[in-house]
Design a protein around this ligand. Structure first.
Ligand SMILES: [Zn+2]
Ligand SMILES: [Zn+2]
Length: 307
């Protein structure tokens, strides 16, 4: 009988990527584990269609929940479909958006996901206040319709492209403050969106300032996930184009900060960067995050000479 305790081990970092559910929800688990994820994000139905073709079958849900390696993913959460716009002006789109969100939230709950990430919406010219009011009303209606559902909605910070709302922390705070169910809402931060929205994450100081501001305006206790993406486009461009880590206009500063600050240790950090079928790109990007978590910062000659 062993009497000695194993040496204390710190858990591997909570990192992962968005995974395809093609072929069944359970297959996403295999894909995530094949590139050594400890967290993953999934769509709960085809993301480019309004509604799921069919409800989940018992067999599909069982395959997901009873997957022998399900427990190796310490965080699994959903992202809602791209057609949903709770601030839509067109009454048909507005009604469909609410129904689609309710449908997805119920599916996410069947998968026992803790939250479903949602882009708050685009006001389509109606103005920011009118748009925010519609978003709050839409969320209230969806939550009221699903009293038993435990899955929360995580409002994502947006790039502010077009008339998209949620590119300032104040807009997200407004939604939280006016919601009838703030306890059912949380927030997901996307590094590429933040940068495009004008938050300078290209330095450690800028990243620290951004999350201090997040804490003041929204509260860090609301933060449930971070999308780790570099940006193809510049600071404040208000365009949403993801790039591989360290290959874009942001660089590695925010990822180093997020991987090392203990306040973010329990927050899943998930990639939404382009990849092929073999997902080699995910391996590379996850390797960068792992290295940033442990390696001591090195000043390379090129870094020293850069402006
Ligand atoms: Zn998103
Ligand atoms: Zn994102």
């Amino acid at each position: 009988m062993k009497t000695t305790k194993p040496p204390p081990q710190s858990a591997p970092p909570l990192i992962g990527a968005h995974m395809s559910t093609a072929g069944g929800m359970a297959l996403a688990i295999d894909r995530a584990l094949s590139v050594d994820c400890t967290a993953m994000q999934i769509f709960v139905k085809n993301n480019m269609q309004w509604f799921a073709a069919a409800p989940f079958t018992e067999a599909e849900l069982r395959a997901f929940h009873e997957h022998p390696r399900r427990g190796e993913l310490r965080s699994v959460f959903g992202h809602s479909g791209y057609l949903i716009n709770l601030a839509a002006v067109n009454p048909d789109f507005a009604e469909k958006s609410r129904r689609a969100l309710a449908d997805e939230l119920a599916r996410a709950d069947q998968l026992r996901l803790p939250f479903l990430v949602l882009h708050p919406g685009a006001h389509m010219g109606a103005g920011e206040e009118a748009g925010l009011q519609k978003i709050v009303a839409g969320l209230d209606e969806v939550f009221a319709k699903l009293p038993q559902v435990k899955t929360r909605v995580a409002l994502e910070t947006t790039a502010g492209q077009g008339t998209s709302l949620g590119h300032t922390f104040e807009e997200l705070a407004w939604i939280l403050a006016h919601s009838a169910h703030p306890e059912r809402l949380c927030v997901c931060a996307d590094t590429a969106h933040l940068f495009a929205a004008g938050f300078d994450l290209s330095t450690e100081a800028g990243t620290r300032e951004t999350f201090e501001r997040f804490d003041r305006v929204i509260g860090l206790e609301r933060l449930v996930a971070v999308h780790c993406n570099d940006s193809k486009v510049g600071l404040g461009s208000r365009v949403d184009r993801h790039e591989h880590l360290g290959k874009g206009k942001i660089g590695l500063a925010p990822f180093r900060f997020l991987m090392r600050d203990p306040r973010f240790a329990a927050i899943p950090k998930v990639l939404e960067t382009p990849k092929g079928k073999e997902m080699e790109e995910d391996r590379v990007n996850l390797g960068i995050l792992r290295e940033l978590a442990t390696a001591t910062p090195r000043k390379t000659p090129s870094q020293r000479s850069s402006p």
